[in-house]
Design a binder for this molecule. Sequence first.
Ligand SMILES: O=C(O)CCC(=O)C(=O)O
Ligand SMILES: [Fe+2]
Length: 283
Amino acid sequence: MSAVATSSLDGFSVDAAALVDNPRQVAGAFRRDGLVKVKRILPADVAEAVCKRVHEELASRRAEGDSTYFGDVYGYEDTGQRWDLKLRLSSEVKDALRILLESLQGVLESLRPSWQLTELAAMCTFPADPGQPVHADTSHVYDQQVVTVFVALHDIPAERGPTKMYPRSHLDGELHLGLKEVDESCAVLCTMECGDCVLMDSRLLHCGTANKSDLHRFLFYSSWMPPARRSRGSTNTLLPEYEDRLILVQEELQSGSHSGNGPHGLRWMFEAKVPPRLVTVMT
Ligand SMILES: O=C(O)CCC(=O)C(=O)O
Ligand SMILES: [Fe+2]
């Protein structure tokens, strides 16, 4: 990590309750800054269950040696300290997604009317991972907004390799074209407690920092893009069976039904476009 002081993440943070009470305001801040940290969006036991699942899947996928289950993270898998593990929709992952989407639906709705799952994975680092170069996951010129939700599956203090982000860099053409350098004094280190998350616009400049601790660092992440558009770049860490299948749509409530909780009487569904149906994820 750079010796230059980083800015505080506090100015980009909200409590989970604010997402439900003021979704448009949070969406506005996200549009402007390219990131929002949400404190305690997942209960610790739900995050810990996903963490356990990631440990198990990572061990078995590595033993199998099948690269289908791993995303491309700048070749760091070669050193064995960084693994981008594609996840199945196990019961632990579904529980976590359902709770995340319940809180996030108002913000997502404020940004766009519908979304499609484009990544579902865990970014895992181990002690001595050197960290990544600063990058954007998608192009600010060619790609539409993709929202990535990074969830801490345990506490992530500075030495355990949190993600570093550069607020407002997602819309800065000169930065993206390499016409100027990132300003380290504006960077924020996304330290988190178990169950916190950071929403990131995938065009934002960011990097995983070095894991200087003697512990693993696991981030559970999902990314959402406008439906039926292929994203490019590294934003496609998704098992093939889920590609182009899982969408979030607004549905008019049946008259007399009061079960929906989105604004304007709309309700978010998580459904498969083709069988098998996975509506149960959101219900
Ligand atoms: O490890 C992290 O914190 C971020 C990972 C990342 O940005 C990537 O692999 O594209
Ligand atoms: Fe990235």
